[in-house]
Design a protein around this ligand. Structure first.
Ligand SMILES: Nc1nc2c(c(=O)[nH]1)N[C@H]1C(S)=C(S)[C@@H](COP(=O)(O)O)O[C@H]1N2
Ligand SMILES: [Mo]
Length: 322
């Protein structure tokens, strides 16, 4: 079996998503009572309810073949320890500051080197694609990692529908710009909007997905609601959140972290334990939630997908193209 233990907080989450705001107080007290009876920490319960306020259950099938056989991190870890600078630079800022963000209704502007371009609702973008769950490890460039049961669709399936032309050598992505709802965008910590990009063959690789959910439900705001990118052999910052723009380009597009610190963050950002960040080693990673002291374990080449993706970079000097 893939998931070796019940997912913490599962039953509480489903109830929390179905109750009205009026009944929330009573239900929360009941849940806390039940949690205390079971010996679950009340603080943890509180987090899980707050993080879940706006998510809804999804229908999906599990893609066991493309999933890690590892136990996912807890919902609490995944939704309270985030990088999403639009909501602040601290790991706890996204969950604390994203309550006002409105991920519905949502639309995505498709432009550039494709036969079909225009603005599409999220429902249009997803129409006809069956959602699947894939358990991937997110390896942050800060040398920590988490295992996350994402729900999404292969990016290739979405992109092919727009019929990219032969000039489409790259795909550029853009996050929504809403300073009124995203307090981090009122500071200059990064140049807004956040932008990312992939080479077209990376974008079309079967491991690359557009995620709309995790742990069986729609994405919480702090994880990039309602639509974000996941490229499991690259550092986490390539996984751009809350996407409103997809552009097919002939030239390599600019990317936020490369603009911010070009010597530290390249366009490719492939997980590579042999190429250190200029200020720290990438040889090992801290696995969040792995026991009392988070374990430090060796980082794998391409985050464990060497067999699947190494051919994309054949002949390239990975020290130069970091
Ligand atoms: N728009 C946007 N996307 C973003 C970021 C960000 O600050 N803004 N942070 C990135 C980084 S550094 C990481 S590690 C992952 C974290 O995703 P998670 O919080 O869902 O684990 O999101 C990436 N996507
Ligand atoms: Mo990251």
């Amino acid at each position: 079996m893939l998931i070796k233990r019940p997912r913490p907080g599962d039953s509480a989450r489903i109830q929390a998503s179905e109750i009205t705001p009026e009944s929330a107080y009573v239900s929360r007290r009941e849940l806390l009572g039940a949690a205390l009876a079971l010996g679950i920490g009340a603080a943890g319960m509180g987090f899980s309810l707050r993080a879940d306020a706006a998510t809804t259950p999804l229908k999906f099938s599990r893609n066991a073949r493309l999933s890690l056989q590892e136990e996912p991190n807890s919902y609490e870890d995944i939704t309270t320890y985030n990088n999403f600078y639009e909501f602040g630079t601290g790991k706890g800022d996204p969950v604390a500051n994203s309550g006002k963000f409105k991920p519905t209704p949502w639309s995505v502007k498709v432009s550039g080197e494709a036969e079909i371009t225009g603005t599409f609702t999220l429902e249009d973008v997803l129409k006809g694609h069956a959602l699947e769950e894939r358990v991937y490890r997110l390896r942050c460039v800060e040398a920590w990692s988490m295992v996350i049961p994402w729900i999404g669709i292969p990016l290739a399936a979405v992109l092919k529908r727009f019929k990219p032309t032969s000039n489409a050598r790259y795909v550029a992505f853009e996050t929504v710009h809403r300073p009124a709802e995203m307090p981090g965008q009122r500071s200059n910590v990064l140049k807004w909007p956040y932008v990312e990009g992939l080479r077209i063959d990376e974008a079309m690789h079967p491991l690359t997905i557009l995620a709309v959910g995790l742990y069986g439900k729609t994405l919480p705001n702090q994880n990039g609601a309602p639509l974000r990118l996941i490229v499991p052999w690259k550092y986490g910052f390539k996984g751009i959140k809350s996407i409103v723009g997809i552009r097919f380009t002939e030239r390599e597009p600019p990317t936020s972290w490369n603009i911010s610190a070009p010597d530290e963050y390249g366009f490719y950002a492939n997980v590579n334990p042999t190429v250190d960040h200029p200020r720290w080693s990438q040889a090992r990673e801290r696995q969040i939630g792995a026991g009392f002291l988070s374990a430090r374990v060796p980082t794998q080449m391409f985050n464990g997908y060497e067999k699947e993706v190494a051919q994309l970079y054949r002949g390239m000097d990975l020290r130069r193209y970091y």
